[in-house]
Every structure is written in structure tokens, then in C-alpha cells.
Design a protein around this ligand. Sequence first.
Ligand SMILES: Nc1nc2c(ncn2[C@@H]2O[C@H](COP(=O)(O)OP(=O)(O)OP(=O)(O)O)[C@@H](O)[C@H]2O)c(=O)[nH]1
Ligand SMILES: [Mg+2]
Length: 468
Amino acid sequence: MPGEVISLQTGQCGNQVGLEYWNQLAADHGILPDGTVVPDTERPLQYESSVGSTDQIANSGSLSTATDLFFTQSETSRYIPRSILIDLEPSVISKSMSKMPMFNPRNVHLSHQGNGAANNWQSGYSYGLQYQDELMDLIDRECDKCDNLSTFQLFHSVAGGTGSGVGSLLLELLNDRYGKKLMTTFSVFPSNEKTSDVVVQPYNTVLTLKRLIEYSNGTFVFDNDSLNSIENTLYGMKDASAFEGTNKLISFVAASVSNSLRFPSYMYSSYESVLSTLVPTPDLKFLTASLAPRSSSMNEHDIILELMNDKYKMNRVEEPAKYISVLDFLVGAGNNNIRNGGFNNISSNEIKKGILKSQSRLDFVPWTSKSVHVVLGKGRDIAGGSPSKFAGVQISNNTSIAGVFTKIVKQYDLLAKREAYINYYTSDNSTDERARVMDLFNECKESVVGVIDEYKACQQGNYLDDDM
Ligand SMILES: Nc1nc2c(ncn2[C@@H]2O[C@H](COP(=O)(O)OP(=O)(O)OP(=O)(O)O)[C@@H](O)[C@H]2O)c(=O)[nH]1
Ligand SMILES: [Mg+2]
């Protein structure tokens, strides 16, 4: 039986993405920002079965929704997100609470000092250590409301102080106490092209990556450069306030990942089944997302092919990628109602044609089954966006992650070789203390290099052999 999912939103980025995410889920389920339900006659969705199923098409034949996996209900029947909001300064969370009063005020943790972690992983991590009992109490209380807790999902950026440092500590604490539950993360990586971003970001990123490598079961990797370029060049969201557009893109992906949990059918109705399709071994768990725009001239086949286009990738690198697994979500297809952003008369033949073509065109690593899986997702188009902007989301596990992480390691090396800014992370300026911290940092870097090597090694035919 599919289990509940608890979200953890940490830091500015985590909470801003979290706000858009719950906005999207609320829109999908016909819930208003205060947690009340849109009256039946105005509800945006009609749940009807669409096409006959095949092995690779997860069909939407069910009339039920599983809203309770993501929301609890109050005694007055208001929906409340199963989400915990953590930040070390108050402004972002207070904005979220006023925009979406459905959030539970008892699930908020703000720093008593209220001045943030100043883009320093160490400050965030130390703060978390100091207040770990308070933080775990919030989480335990939310866990107690679950019948069958399945997954924690963390929203954060890896580059600042709070999302990275407190986020890292939460990964450790949750592994200690809830190690059998799944842990997924939606992790935003910093801009490489903008020089204005904070200089110690490579340190924060590498320190966070070490915990993701150890404790996450699946990490969705987004980078702000790729998100900006999709946003600006394709969708014209430029007028939106800072990050609003990029956060809508991330949220749309995160909501798609759980689409088949929230609108269950016979396939992919649990996080476990989604992840087991995408993550073949625990060493290969860094995932790439892409979006395909909707256009009236495109049918299902065209959209499946469009999802292979590199320009829609949310963590783009130059090198060609080899694929390990691919899961495509055709968003709104399960609605079977064009008024609701669905497709009219979904054609299983067009979908099968698309699957076969993309299977033959994508370059897969030699040891996988070379399958492209398709889910007909229900739900609405991007919340608050123009109608029918997006047609599909692809989640893939591919070797481009080696390129993304190589860039990060190069930036890290530039700082580390001169021990630049290391005094931000040391308790004093003695040679011993600097050496101790550099050793810890380099250990983290080595585990990132380990992932790069793994994504290179998996391109060999004998990758799964014992002696690799
Ligand atoms: N996509 C996206 N990126 C963001 C957002 N907010 C901040 N960032 C990026 O995240 C990094 C900084 O992380 P923040 O989330 O602001 O930091 P924090 O976790 O609040 O930590 P401190 O403020 O240092 O305590 C930078 O690379 C920003 O460009 C957001 O809402 N969306
Ligand atoms: Mg902050």
C-alpha cells in the first residue's frame, strides 16, 4: 500500500520552491490556499479512464485520488500539507504563510536569532546540531500522523548556509531515526555563469553533496543556469519576480514525480516503484529532469520525442549523455478532457510509436533494458501559468551528471588549493585546525569524485560484473 510523503523545506530556496510546489498540488486537487476545497461544480479535474494499457504505459483508469498521502485534514475538513518549514530568517516563511494559510503554523521552525546562516554550510550545520531536538520533535509529530510513512522529500539549495547545512544535518538525523524510509531530494545547484553568486558556494555544495551521496535514495538535480535559460528563452516568464518562474519549473517536475501516487492507477502508485524504475543501483541516483512545451500541432508521439531535446534539460552540460533509465510523464493526458489541459482522444498507438523511436534514438548504457516508460499523468497544467504550457516531463538517470559534478569539483579545487576562505569554516586560525578542516573538505570532494567515476564506469558493458 502506498505510504505518506512528508516534505521538508529548508532555507530561502527550499521554502520558495516549497511554496510553488504546494500551490501546484493544491491546484491539482482542487484545494484553495486556505485548505478548503473548491466546490464540486467548479473543480478543474474530471477523472476518467483514457487508453488501454500496455506494458510500458501506466494508464489512468482510476476515479480515486490519494490526496491524503500529501495532506492531512483538520477537524473542519481543511487540507494541511504534510510539510515542515525551516529557515534561519523569517521573511520567506512569513510570506509563505500569508500566501498559503493552509500551512500548519506548528510545523514552522525559525531561528531564535533570525539572521540566517550567511551562506555558510558550517553555520547551518552547527545551528541544526544545537536545535536538533526541536527539529526532530517537529518531524516526529508529523510522522505520528502517518499510517504508513513512505518517504521524506527535501527541498533545498546546496549552495547557501541553511538549505545546505541544516539540510545536511537533517539527512543524517533522519537516516539515524528513520533509516528504512525513502529519502528523496529536490536540490538546486548554483549558477556557474553568474559571478555575483557567493564565492564559497563550491565548499557548501561539496559538503552537502557528501550527505546526499550517503543518505539520499534519489536526488533530482536542477541548476539555476539551465532553469533560467529554459524560463527566459522558451516560456517568457521574465516578468515574474525573482526565482518565481524557475521555482514553478522545479515544482512542476516535483509534482509530476508524484502524479501517479496522488492519482493512483496500477503502476507507479508508490514512490518506491518510481525510484526503482529510475535508480538501478544506490551509486547511480542523481536524476535529470526535462520539460516539453505544449503546442497544438503536437501529438503524444511528438511530445515523447521532444522530451529528448537537450535544450529542455534542467541541468545541461555539453557532453552527450548515455541513459540508464527514462520515465516520461505526459501531463494532463490522464484527464482525457481537453478543457482541463488534457489531450483529446489519447492515442496509445502514437504513444507506442514515440516510445519505440525514443528507445532507438537514445544512447543507453550497454547493461540496461533500454526502456522508455510512459505515465499518463493527471492534474492540471503549471499552476498560475498560462493554460497548456507544458505537455510533458522526463525524468532520466544519465551520465551527464558526471559533467555537472566535474564542474563543481573544478570550482572547489580552485578555492581549496589555496585554502581560500577556509577561515569561515574553522574554529581558529591555527595550522592544525586549518589542516583538520581541509581534510574533512577533501574527504567530501573525494566522494563527489567517486560519483563522477561511477557514472563513467557505468558506460562499460561489464559494469555489473563483480570485479568492477
Ligand atoms: N531556483 C532557486 N534558487 C534560489 C532561490 N533562492 C535562492 N536560490 C539560490 O540558492 C543559493 C543560495 O541559497 P539560499 O536558499 O538563498 O540560502 P539559504 O539556504 O537560505 O541559506 P542562508 O541564507 O545562507 O542561511 C544561490 O545559489 C541562489 O541563487 C529560489 O527561490 N529558487
Ligand atoms: Mg537564507
